[in-house]
Ligand binder design. Structure first.
Ligand SMILES: [Mg+2]
Length: 267
């Protein structure tokens, strides 16, 4: 029953919000950045603690970014050298949604600059991306993050979805993600929630999601039940396979720096 209702909402969705880390991409951006800066172990210990509950998202973010202490230069190097790995099937799914006129958003507790490569590969415009921005001083030292971004605190994704619904008057807004912060958007903001376990399975999410999938093909199939998901879709996937591992460093040229009032820069 619950799953049937979720499928009904999915079929008529006029907006779909995707989580990014471990949903649209196969990795956790902050863990990757930490590993690149030689702080992988310390940060993953913090991540585990934060997921255990009792710590606000903002506190966990502040602590982990403090440990990483990446300079702007280091962040640029990370983006240049670390390919974005799109989850298999996401490209086809987003394309189909866009073709049928469904608005597609990325709503992430990760960093805008890091996920930009994924957004570009999926043809998702900047204004449809909600994520955090890091702050650097004139010398390029890390000095915080933009705390005005809704996604920088607990409940942030829910607030983003509520605002989107209000602004665009969406009737069927669907949230898709692997984590607890995705799950909590339903029912207060999202009209249904689809748990995604294709990269990592989180038991709480699996148990509580109205609909839980481990392959985006399951979602694609419901959008067009008559299609024989097989040869055609597989062919498309192979076509795109080569570009799947593009370095998002190619986007470096289009970087938008926003200068703050105190000589601080957000990326
Ligand atoms: Mg996630």
């Amino acid at each position: 029953m619950v799953i049937q209702q979720a499928k009904q909402v999915w079929k008529k969705a006029d907006a779909v919000c995707f989580d990014v880390d471990s949903t649209v991409i196969t990795d956790e951006g902050i863990d990757e950045l930490a590993a690149f800066c030689g702080k992988g172990k310390e940060v993953s210990q913090w991540t585990t603690r934060a997921m255990g509950g009792g710590i606000s998202f903002r506190t966990a973010l502040r602590e982990r970014l403090g440990i990483i202490g990446a300079t702007r230069e280091k962040l640029h190097k990370f983006i240049e050298r670390s390919p974005v790995h799109l989850t298999p099937g996401i490209r086809e799914l987003v394309k189909r949604l866009q073709e049928r006129g469904t608005a597609v958003y990325l709503v992430s507790g990760g960093f805008r600059r890091v996920i930009q490569g994924a957004a570009e590969q999926l043809n998702i415009p900047d204004e449809n991306v909600f994520a955090n921005r890091l702050q650097f001083d004139d010398e390029g030292h890390y000095c915080g993050f933009d705390e005005n971004e809704l996604t920088s605190d607990s409940g942030g994704k829910t607030k983003v979805l509520q605002l989107l619904k209000e602004k665009h008057r969406y009737k069927s807004l669907v949230m898709i993600g692997d984590g607890a912060t995705d799950l909590e958007t339903f029912p207060s903001a999202a009209d249904t929630f689809i748990g995604f376990g294709g990269n990592v399975v989180r038991e709480k999410v699996k148990a509580q999601a109205p609909w839980y999938v481990t392959d985006f093909k399951e979602l694609l199939k419901e959008l067009n039940p008559t299609s024989q998901s097989g040869v055609i879709e597989k062919g498309t996937e192979n076509l795109h396979g080569a570009s799947e591992h593009l370095l998002n460093g190619v986007n470096g040229a289009s970087e938008h720096l926003i200068t703050g009032v105190n000589g601080k820069h957000y990326i």
